[in-house]
Design a protein around this ligand. Structure first.
Ligand SMILES: NC(=O)c1ccc[n+]([C@@H]2O[C@H](COP(=O)([O-])OP(=O)(O)OC[C@H]3O[C@@H](n4cnc5c(N)ncnc54)[C@H](O)[C@@H]3O)[C@@H](O)[C@H]2O)c1
Length: 271
C-alpha cells in the first residue's frame, strides 16, 4: 500500500545492482511513494547488473558514477538536478565493497592496499558525495541522506574483517557531516544498520548463510528483509522524520538489543 510519502520529491539512489539489492527495493518503494529519481552505480556494475530493467520500471534515468571519483560525482549531481528539474530531496548511499573479504583474507593479515580501497569505496564515498552536493548546493533544505551500515561497527563479527572498521568510519562521517550540513542547510544524515540480507554484497561474506540463520534465531522479530529496509528508508526520506539526524538507526528485528534468545538456547541444548 502506498501513502504518497515522497510525492513531489526528487532523489538520487545509488547501489542497485540486481533485484536482491537493498537499493533496488528502495527505488521500487520510492517510485510507489511518488518520488522521481535518478539511479547511479559504478560504470562496471552497469555491465553486470540489470539496472536498465529497474530504470524502465521506475521511469528513471541512470547516471553512472564511480563513487570514489569526485569528478564523476560532480557530473552525477549536476546532471541529476538538470534531469529532475531542481535540487534533490533525498540521497541513498548503498555502496559497500571489501577486496579483503572477497579474497577471504583474515583480519589480522589484511592487505592494506585492499583496506584503503575498501575505505574509499565504502566510507569516503559518502563524504565525497556529501561534499560535492554541498559545494553545488544540490540538496534542498530538510533533505534527507541515508547510508546503509552494519552492526559490526559497534561489536566484533570476525568474518566482517575490515568492513567493521570501514562501517565505523561511515557512521562517523554521517554524524560529522550531519552536524555541518544540518547547521548550514538543515540537511539530515542518518545511517541504517540493517540485518544480514541475501544480496550480492551480503552473500559474498564467508559463512554468511549460517550467520544469517543465527541472527534470525536471535532477533525477536527475525531478520529484516531488504523490502523492510526499503520501507524504513522511505520513512527517513519523508517529512515525517524531519527532526531525525546524525543517528545510527538499527533496523534488525530487535537483534541488537537481544543478548540471547530461547531459540538459540534450545539449539545449544541448554534448555
Ligand atoms: N547485505 C547485507 O547483509 C547488508 C547488511 C547491512 C548493511 N549492508 C549494506 O547495504 C549496502 C548495499 O549492499 P547490498 O547488500 O544491497 O549489496 P549489493 O551488492 O546489491 O550492493 C552493493 C552496491 O555497491 C556498488 N558499488 C561497489 N563499488 C562501487 C563504486 N566504486 N561506486 C559506486 N557503486 C559501487 C555495487 O555496484 C552494488 O550495486 C552496502 O553498504 C552494504 O554494506 C548490507
Amino acid at each position: 500500500m502506498a501513502y504518497n510519502l515522497l510525492k513531489g520529491k526528487r532523489g538520487i539512489i545509488s547501489g542497485a545492482l540486481d533485484e536482491n539489492s537493498i537499493a533496488w527495493k528502495v527505488a521500487e518503494k520510492a517510485h510507489e511513494e511518488g518520488a522521481t529519481f535518478v539511479l547511479t552505480n559504478a560504470p562496471i556494475a552497469m555491465r553486470m547488473g540489470q539496472i536498465n530493467a529497474l530504470a524502465e520500471k521506475t521511469g528513471s534515468l541512470i547516471i553512472p558514477a564511480d563513487a570514489t571519483n569526485v569528478e564523476e560525482l560532480t557530473h552525477l549531481f549536476t546532471q541529476g538536478q538538470e534531469v529532475l528539474g531542481g535540487k534533490i530531496d533525498f540521497l541513498l548511499h548503498s555502496i559497500g565493497m571489501s577486496v579483503n573479504i572477497r579474497k577471504n583474507i583474515p583480519y589480522t593479515e589484511l592487505n592494506y592496499d585492499y583496506f584503503l580501497k575498501g575505505i574509499d569505496v565504502s566510507a569516503l564515498s559518502l563524504h565525497k558525495m556529501l561534499a560535492v552536493a554541498k559545494k553545488l548546493d544540490a540538496i534542498n533544505e530538510w533533505g534527507s541522506v541515508v547510508a546503509l551500515t552494519y552492526a559490526a561497527a559497534q561489536r566484533t563479527y570476525p568474518f566482517y574483517t575490515d568492513m567493521a572498521d570501514i562501517k565505523a568510519m561511515l557512521e562517523s562521517i554521517a554524524r560529522s557531516f550531519g552536524y555541518h550540513y544540518g547547521v548550514t542547510k538543515k540537511v539530515r544524515i542518518n545511517t541504517v544498520s540493517q540485518s544480514p540480507t541475501k544480496t550480492t554484497a551480503g552473500t559474498g561474506i564467508k559463512g554468511f548463510g549460517d550467520f544469517f540463520d543465527y541472527a534470525n534465531a536471535i532477533a525477536p522479530l527475525g531478520n529484516a528483509t531488504a523490502e523492510d529496509c526499503a520501507n524504513y528508508c522511505i520513512t527517513l526520506f519523508s517529512d515525517l522524520t524531519r527532526m531525525v539526524t546524525m543517528q545510527n538507526l538499527f533496523h534488525d528485528g530487535g537483534y541488537s538489543s537481544t543478548g540471547v534468545s530461547n531459540t538459540i538456547m534450545e539449539k545449544m541444548g541448554l534448555e
